[in-house]
Design a protein around this ligand. Structure first.
Ligand code: C2E
Ligand code: CA
Ligand code: CA
Length: 566
C-alpha cells in the first residue's frame, strides 16, 4: 500500500476510534485549552460551534472547576491517569460526566492531556437518590436516625473545637396514637407530614430535625446551650403543633412534649445525650404535656434513681462489658438439647458479674435497652450458628424482648439484620415476650407479630400465667410457645394447686397446638411430672444451668462425641 494511502487509512481508523471512545473526547494543552474535540463532543456541547482554542473549564459548572484543575495538574505532573466527575454545560442543559484524564507528549515534546468523558447523569442521580433514601425518612422527607447520628457527631466535634455547647431535643406528639387508631393510617400519615413541616419551620436554618420512628422526633440545635436559648425555640415548636390540623375535612388537635439535654453538661456522648433528652421528654409528658423540660441532674436523681449505676450502665454500653449466657432447653422425653435461651450478663470491671434483675429495669426506663437488645439479638443469632455447627444439627435460640424494644419502630429491621448477619433461618429464632406487651397496645402488637411471623420467627409468651390472664390473645396472636413460669413449677409435684394449674395450661396448649416449656425445673420429680402431663420442653438447673458460650460449645461437642461412640 502506498504511504499516503496508508496514512489516510490510519487517520480514518484513528478518527473512528476517537469517536467511539466516549461521549466527549478532547486533547488539551496542559493549561486546559482545547486543541482538538471529537465530532460527538461538539454535537453534545454546542452543535456547529468551534471549540478549538477555547478553554475546557468554561464548559464545566463553576463549583466543579477547581476539582478538575487539581486533577489536571496532578495528571500533568505525574504522567499517570486519573478520573474526576464534573457537571458540563451541554446543549440540553447541565449533565454529569466522568472524565478520564491522561497526559502524553506530542511530536515536539509538548505535554498534551487526553480527556475522555462519559455521561453518567443517570448513575449520579440514582446514587444521590439512594443516598437520600438511606438517610431520610420516606414519609416526611426529614433526616432519619442514621443522619441524626451523623449530625450529632459533627455537633460534638464542633463543640469540642469551639467550646460552645449545643442541645438535643426529643419530641413526641401527644395524642397522636388516638388519632391514628380512630382515623386510620392515611390520616395518621397526613398528620405526621404536616406536623413535621411545622416543626421544621419553627427551627433555625442550621438546626436538624429528624424523625426517628412513629410520632417521635429529635432535633439538634447547634450553638444553643442555655435555657434562654432553648426555651424560645421549644415554645415555637409547641405553638406550631397546637394550631388545629385540617385532615380529611376534620379539625384535629395535638400537642407536643419536649425534652432537652445540653452538651456537655448532661452528657458528653451521643448515647447519653439522646437518653437524657428522652428521660426529660417523659417527664414533660408526666407533668402536663405541651411543655419542654430541660434535663437536670437534680431533677432526675430522685432517691430511687440510682445515678451512679445508670452512669456505669452507659459506660458499659460504650465499653462492651456485656455478654450472653446460654441455658439449654431440652426435650422432656429424650432430654436432647433443642435450643438455648440467651441470658444477658454484665461483667463490671470492679463490681464483677451483675445479674439482669439489677439492670434490665433501669435500661428499660432510660432507653438503653434498645441498644442492649439490638446487640443481644445479633450476638445470640451469630453464636447460635456456631453452636449448631458443633452440634451438627438444627437448634434454636430464645431471645428476651422487653416492652420498650417491642414498641420501637426499628425492631423489625434489627431482627432482620440479625438473621441476615448470622445466616440463620427465621424458625431458629424465638422471641420471648410477656403478656403485658400484648395487652398494652393489642393493635400494634398484632400488626408487629404478624410481620414477625411472616419471616418464620416464632413467638413465646414468657412467664406465662403471671400476667394478665386473658386467654383471648392466644387465639388472636400468632404465638407458638408458652413458657410456664417457675412460680408454678417450684412446688411440684406436692402442691395440688400448682399441679392443677400446670395441668390446665398443658392441656390448653395441646388443644391450641402450642409448644410448652417448663421454666425453673430443678429436680427429677418435677421433670417426670411435667413430662407425663405432656409438657414438651424443659428448662432449668436440673437439665442445665445458664453457661458461658464456650461451655455450651463443649456440652454440644461432647454430646456429639458420645453419640458417635454408641
Ligand atoms: P426469664 O426470661 O424468666 O429467664 C429465666 C431466669 O430464670 C434466668 O435468670 C435464669 O437464670 C433463671 N433460671 C433458669 N433455670 C432456673 C432454675 O432451675 N431455678 C432458678 N431458681 N432459676 C432458674 P436471669 O438470667 O437472672 O434472668 C432474669 C430475667 O432477666 C429473665 O427472666 C429476663 O426476663 C431478663 N433478661 C435476661 N436476659 C435478657 C435480655 O437479653 N433481654 C431482656 N429484655 N431481658 C433479659
Ligand atoms: Ca425468658
Ligand atoms: Ca421466664
Amino acid at each position: 500500500m502506498p504511504n499516503d494511502v496508508l496514512i489516510e487509512h490510519l487517520k480514518g481508523q484513528l478518527t473512528r476510534l476517537t469517536e467511539s471512545a466516549g461521549d466527549l473526547v478532547f486533547t488539551l494543552t496542559e493549561n486546559g485549552e482545547i486543541l482538538h474535540a471529537s465530532q460527538r463532543a461538539i454535537g453534545i456541547i454546542a452543535p456547529g460551534a468551534v471549540l478549538c482554542g477555547s478553554m475546557l473549564y468554561e464548559r464545566v459548572d463553576t463549583p466543579d472547576r477547581a476539582g478538575l484543575a487539581s486533577v489536571m495538574a496532578q495528571v500533568v505532573a505525574s504522567g499517570l491517569h486519573d478520573r474526576v466527575n464534573v457537571r458540563v454545560h451541554t446543549s440540553t442543559g447541565l449533565h454529569w460526566f466522568e472524565l478520564e484524564l491522561s497526559s502524553h507528549r506530542d511530536l515536539e515534546g509538548q505535554t498534551e492531556v487526553l480527556v475522555v468523558g462519559r455521561n453518567i447523569s443517570g448513575q449520579q442521580e440514582t446514587k444521590e437518590r439512594l443516598l437520600h433514601l438511606a438517610t431520610h425518612d420516606a414519609l416526611t422527607g426529614l433526616p432519619n436516625r442514621a443522619l441524626l447520628s451523623d449530625r450529632l457527631r459533627m455537633a460534638i466535634s464542633h463543640a469540642r473545637r469551639t467550646g460552645r455547647g449545643f442541645t438535643v431535643l426529643a419530641l413526641d406528639l401527644d395524642g397522636f396514637k388516638k388519632v391514628n387508631d380512630a382515623l386510620g393510617y392515611g390520616a395518621g400519615d397526613a398528620l405526621l407530614r404536616e406536623a413535621a413541616g411545622r416543626l421544621q419551620k419553627a427551627l433555625r436554618d442550621n438546626d436538624t430535625l429528624a424523625r426517628i420512628g412513629g410520632d417521635e422526633f429529635m432535633a439538634v440545635l447547634p450553638g444553643a446551650a442555655h435555657a434562654d436559648e432553648i426555651n424560645p425555640i421549644a415554645r415555637r415548636m409547641i405553638s406550631a403543633v397546637q394550631l388545629p390540623f385540617e385532615i380529611e375535612g376534620q379539625s384535629l388537635y395535638l400537642s407536643t412534649s419536649i425534652g432537652a439535654a445540653v452538651y456537655p453538661e448532661h452528657g458528653d456522648n451521643e448515647v447519653r445525650l439522646l437518653a437524657h433528652a428522652d428521660t426529660a421528654m417523659a417527664r414533660a409528658k408526666e407533668t402536663g404535656r405541651a411543655r419542654c423540660v430541660i434535663y437536670s441532674r437534680a431533677t432526675f436523681s430522685a432517691p430511687d434513681h440510682d445515678v451512679s449505676m445508670e452512669a456505669a450502665l452507659f459506660e458499659a454500653v460504650r465499653n462492651g462489658e456485656f455478654f450472653l449466657h446460654y441455658q439449654p432447653i431440652v426435650n422432656a422425653v429424650t432430654r436432647e438439647i433443642v435450643g438455648f435461651e440467651a441470658l444477658m450478663r454484665w461483667m463490671h470491671p470492679e463490681l464483677g458479674l451483675i445479674a439482669p434483675s439489677q439492670f434490665i429495669q433501669m435500661a428499660e426506663s432510660n432507653g438503653l435497652i434498645n441498644l442492649l437488645g439490638a446487640w443481644v439479638l445479633k450476638a445470640a443469632c451469630v453464636q447460635l450458628k456456631r453452636l449448631q455447627e458443633v452440634a451438627g444439627r438444627e437448634l434454636y435460640v430464645s431471645v428476651n424482648v422487653s416492652p420498650r424494644q417491642f414498641r420501637n419502630d426499628q425492631f423489625l429491621g434489627l431482627m432482620e439484620d440479625a438473621l441476615k448477619l448470622s445466616g440463620l433461618h427465621g424458625r431458629q429464632l424465638l422471641l420471648e415476650i410477656t403478656e403485658g406487651i400484648l395487652m398494652s397496645d393489642p393493635a400494634h402488637a398484632e400488626a408487629l407479630l404478624l410481620q414477625i411471623a411472616a419471616r418464620d420467627v416464632r413467638i413465646a409468651i414468657d412467664d406465662f400465667g403471671t400476667g394478665y390472664s386473658s386467654l383471648a390473645y392466644l387465639k388472636r396472636f400468632p404465638i407458638s410457645t408458652l413458657k410456664i413460669d417457675r412460680a408454678f413449677i417450684k412446688d411440684l409435684p406436692q402442691s395440688v394447686k400448682d399441679a392443677a394449674i400446670c395441668n390446665v395450661v398443658l392441656s390448653l396448649a395441646q388443644h391450641l397446638n402450642l409448644t410448652t416449656v417448663a421454666e425453673g425445673v430443678e429436680n427429677e420429680e418435677q421433670l417426670q411430672f411435667l413430662s407425663h402431663q405432656g409438657c414438651s420442653l424443659i428448662q432449668g438447673y436440673h437439665t442445665g444451668r445458664p453457661m458461658m458460650f464456650d461451655d455450651a460449645m463443649n456440652v454440644l461437642g461432647a454430646g456429639a462425641a458420645e453419640l458417635a461412640l454408641t
